[in-house]
Design a protein around this ligand. Structure first.
Ligand code: SAH
Length: 345
């Protein structure tokens, strides 16, 4: 049965070369196949046209190529494309392509569901079903690169890990995918154009700081007050703000890159003057800039996005203390592609 066959993309290049040698073929066939599956993104052995029929049969008899498929996609009036992506075991994740004037940003998922329990996020309502494998993360990029070329006449320019899941809880697969993305595909993407967004897991942030790559780090802070943070993001009971600050300073020390703090303002949750002061104090301790994010309702009355007046107040106070901030309006809201809505409906 083909289901029992090994997925060829789980093999390293050396194992692939060995496979050919053991079967009395030249080892460079392994290099050719590796190029087809990673550089050219081919999912069908019969499309590997520089291999003989005999070689292709050997592969067909021994391997399968698991890959993702678009289940369906929708285009928002602002150009954003939301893909519902089917994995080889029929589970679904979402990948969103966000065009702006000069960029095409691919927002990709790292897990099916999420094990964290951020109260305001739709993904947390489905528990974590499993981690995405390296090739499933890689395939999302390939897929949206094709879409970007087709609809916007350009390759994708940026990648953000802001889809479903917590990337730092699927660390090894995420790093392996980034390696492949920057190494094999001609996306024209350097790791500098890749942003990893985390809810803030100190130990893993420090691990990330020690990697050789130079990516950008974003942290979903949403409150700089431990008690409030525990209420809106209960998992932070185990990860106090003091530890987060320490890990972010380690990140800055090692990378010299400032951190983007993602921050949603809600009425009656973090809209008071003292909340702004807590954020200002946090920013004084961590080299950072603030990205205020428009809240997209997930139908919970406890979470109501703050008015523009309050957002302006936040921005003015931050500015008074020399802290840069931007206000990010939602994209793709009409198709539930906006942040935190990826599991709605
Ligand atoms: N787990 C990672 C990445 C996924 S969430 C993280 O937490 O960073 C990507 C971003 O969307 C995070 O900043 C998250 O806090 C934010 N987000 C979650 N739900 C949202 C919602 N309903 N409206 C707007 N942003 C939301």
């Amino acid at each position: 049965m083909r289901e029992k066959l090994k997925d060829i993309r789980s093999l390293s290049i050396d194992s692939l070369r060995n496979f050919f040698v053991q079967n009395k073929f030249k080892s460079f066939r392994g290099d050719q196949v590796y190029e087809w599956i990673w550089k050219k993104g081919i999912h069908d052995f019969n499309q590997m046209t520089n291999l003989s029929k005999e070689t292709r049969s050997l592969l067909i008899d021994n391997f399968k190529i698991n890959h993702i498929d678009i289940d369906f996609y929708r285009k928002s009036s602002d150009g954003t494309i939301k893909n519902s992506v089917k994995l080889h075991d029929d589970l679904l994740v979402e990948s969103v392509l966000i065009p702006t004037k000069n960029r095409s940003t691919a927002c990709i998922s790292s897990q099916v569901g999420c094990s964290l329990n951020c109260q305001f996020c739709a993904t947390s309502k489905i528990n974590r079903l499993r981690n995405l494998k390296m090739d499933e993360i890689f395939d999302q990029v390939t897929l949206m690169d094709k879409q970007s070329r087709m609809y916007f006449n350009r390759p994708i320019s940026n990648i953000v890990f802001m889809g479903m899941g917590e990337p730092l809880m699927n660390y090894n697969n995420m790093i392996a995918a980034i390696k492949k993305i920057t190494q094999y595909r001609k996306f024209g993407i350097s790791s500098r154009r890749i942003t990893i967004s985390t809810s803030g897991i100190p130990k893993m942030i420090m691990k990330l700081a020690d990697e050789d790559f130079k990516f950008k780090l974003a942290v979903s802070l949403h409150s700089a007050n431990q008690l409030i943070r525990e209420k809106i993001m209960p998992f932070t009971i185990k990860f106090p703000i003091a530890d987060l600050i320490e890990s972010l300073n380690y990140w800055y020390l090692k990378t010299n890159r400032i951190i983007t703090l993602e921050y949603i303002v809600w009425e009656n949750i973090n809209s008071k003057k003292s909340d702004i002061n807590d954020l200002i104090n946090f920013c004084k301790e961590v080299p950072s800039k603030v990205n205020l994010i428009q809240y997209n309702s997930i139908g919970d009355d406890d979470y109501k996005g703050a008015s523009v007046d309050i957002i302006n107040k936040y921005q003015n106070e931050l500015l008074k203390h020399g802290i840069n901030s931007t206000y990010r309006r939602s994209r793709g809201a009409d198709i539930d592609a906006a942040c935190g809505q990826l599991a709605n409906k």
